[in-house]
Each structure stands twice: as C-alpha cells, then as structure tokens.
Design a protein around this ligand. Sequence first.
Ligand SMILES: Cc1cc2nc3c(=O)[nH]c(=O)nc-3n(C[C@H](O)[C@H](O)[C@H](O)COP(=O)(O)OP(=O)(O)OC[C@H]3O[C@@H](n4cnc5c(N)ncnc54)[C@H](O)[C@@H]3O)c2cc1C
Length: 382
Amino acid sequence: MDFDLTQEHQMIKDMSWDFAREVIVPRAEEMDRTGEYPYDIMDQMAELGMMGIPFPEAYGGSNGDWVGMHICIEQISRGDMTLGALLDVTTSVVGQELDVFGTEEQKIKWLVPMAEGREIGAFGLTEPDAGSDAGSIRTTAALKGDEWVLNGTKQFITNIGLKNASILLVAAVTEKKQAGKNIISTFIVPKGAPGFHLGDRYDKMAWAASATHQVILEDCRIPAENLLGDSSRGFAQHLAVLETGRISIAAVAVGGAQACLDAALRYSRERMQFGKHIFNFQTIQFKLADMAVAIELARNQYLKAAWLKDQDRKHTFEATAAKLYASEMVEKVASDAVQIHGGYGYMNEYPVSRFYKGAKLLQIVEGTSEVLRLVIGRQLAG
Ligand SMILES: Cc1cc2nc3c(=O)[nH]c(=O)nc-3n(C[C@H](O)[C@H](O)[C@H](O)COP(=O)(O)OP(=O)(O)OC[C@H]3O[C@@H](n4cnc5c(N)ncnc54)[C@H](O)[C@@H]3O)c2cc1C
C-alpha cells in the first residue's frame, strides 16, 4: 500500500493551496458579507485548469483523475467552502454526467466550456415535495414533435444564479411504470430556454456567495437531442454521479475543518490568559489533538473512495461513509475552533465563525446524514 501522493497529486495540492492562500483567503470574509460571487476568482481557477482535472483533454480537461480533483477541492475549501462546492457541482456532478452519459455532440457543446471553466453547471433533482425521496419528483417532460416540453419546479439549485451558469441538468418524469413508479430521464436545459424562469435567490443562514435559486419550468421547450443518456435510466445516472458528489462534499468538509484547525492552532499560540499561551492548557491541546485526528481520518476516507473510483471499483460504502463522517466531523471541529477563540470566535471577522455557520449545510446536501445511514445500512445488509 502506498500512501504517498504522486508527483502530479502533490503538484495539484501545492498549486491549489497556494491559490487558496494567496487569492481566496484574503477575499473570503468580503464574499460572505456582500454575497457577491468572485467572478475574477473563478476565472483564475479556470485558468489553472481546476474545473477540468478529471476530464479527457479532448473535452477541455487535463486527463487527470478523481483523486487529483478531490485534493484540489479540499485545498480550495480550506480557503472557502462555497468555492469547493462550486467545483463539486460543476465538475463531479454535472461535468461527469455529461462526460459519462453524453453524446459526442453534447460533450463538445456543453462539457468543453465547463471543463475549461468558461461556463458553470447546475443540477436539478430536488423539488418542493421531493427531497430525500427524490424518486417521487413531479416535474414532467413530454416529447412534442422535435422538442421536449418540461413543467415543474426545482428547489434549492446551487450555482444556477451565476452569470456564467449555462445549463441545469433536470431530472423529470417521462413515463409511469405499471406499478405507478416514475420513469425518470435527465435533460440538458439551457438557462435561457423558453419557459425557464429563475426564481428569487434564497436568503441562507450561511454560504451567502453561493447563488442558490428556485427554478420554475413552465412549458419549457428544449430540443429533442437534449435528452442526456438512457431515457429510462435518468435517475440511476443522477445517483451514480451523486456518489462522486458525496466524495466531493467530504473533501469540502475536510478543507473547512483543516482551515479551522490551522486558525485555532495559530490563535492558541498567540492568546495569553493566566500568563500563558492558551495552547499550554491541556484542555485546549486535547481539543486540537482530537480535531487533527478526526480530520486525518476523514481525509484518508475520501481519498480511499476517490482512489477506488479511479480504479473503476465499487465505492458506494466508502463514498457514503466519507461524506457522512466528514460532514459531521467538520461541524464538531468548527465548533471547537470557535470555542478555542472564545468570544472572538463569535465575531464575523474571524474565519472560524464563517466555517462554523457553513458546516451544517454539508450534513444536508447530496444526501442527508439520515439517508446516508440508510444507504450504509443497506450495504451492510448485502
Ligand atoms: C443550500 C442548498 C443547496 C442545495 N443545492 C442543491 C442542488 O444544487 N440541486 C439539488 O437538486 N438539490 C440541492 N439541494 C437540496 C438538498 O439536496 C436537499 O435539501 C436534501 O436532499 C434534503 O431534502 P429536503 O430538504 O427536502 O429534506 P427532507 O427530505 O424533507 O428531509 C427532512 C428530514 O427528514 C429526514 N428524512 C427524510 N427521509 C427519511 C428517511 N427515509 N428516514 C429517516 N429520515 C428521513 C431527513 O434526513 C431530514 O432530516 C440543496 C439544498 C440546500 C439547503
């Protein structure tokens, strides 16, 4: 077994962290306060090739792998978790679904600009009445002549509010099985398609800069060729790429937790109480030790899941465990980091407060902790 990063992975790690430290960290507080998305930062990430790491060169990528992609997501999230999630949605979920299930024409048209970072993708599974029970979606798609006509509402859509978001991958019901079960297909819906309405931007408890909106599809017409993959397997396609999304959310969590540990360690060596640096109090050191152990375990788990994926091996348990453990870990680590900062940690100017508020989301998106435990339970049942 070899736990060393390859030269390429080490390069991705160094490049991503240098970028996060020099460009993202100084802007993160302002992004969160103003809710303004940093287009210039996204442009620089694109220039460094971050959106295309796992995709073939022929489609705008750099022929890398999913271990490399997730190392990048971790380091970017160490600067700001919303930007790590932007990479997750546009690359691990949308980009991958286009790459694996798209036709040559679809890849040239939609994947290339995304892998090159000129356009950003969004995925639309969740609806007002279908969250964890995503198979019960109500959005419909009907083929009329040479167009699909879609009707329905998609809820909580990440990235879609960005100026450079080009498409929403929409899961929609195209047929009912005899037993009444939905047959779901996936469609590439361009943001400006007729009948595509962007709802108001959500006012969230954190992640202000991440542009999350509702999307209303009202007789939304798209060309027949915008069906993505097998019409009867759209739901399975979505679930397959969401498995990678779970590895990505774990990497976001590890990056956020590492930022909290870095900050808490630094602060504990500066802050004096009772004539000592607080680092010298054993209770503080124990907190830091527990944080470091939990982060390392979570990191090893997401790397193992990504490695299995790169070997084309089954990784449902590993990806689910990585997301479940890391998303719960980051909430605790961020809370302890705030605690180590005392009252200062409660102030918005200290990054740990932002990571603490943002951490909760990771237990909800791309499968809640409860649903992930159900998935793991099913794996154990065999
Ligand atoms: C900021 C943000 C961004 C998001 N981005 C996207 C996006 O880009 N695209 C997209 O499609 N979706 C997105 N989502 C939606 C997200 O994936 C859902 O919120 C999530 O899947 C949970 O669905 P729900 O909110 O409807 O909760 P519900 O499914 O209603 O769950 C409510 C509670 O019940 C629990 N529960 C549900 N079923 C069970 C069960 N069988 N057993 C035990 N407990 C259960 C849940 O775990 C949860 O605690 C986003 C959400 C947020 C908040």
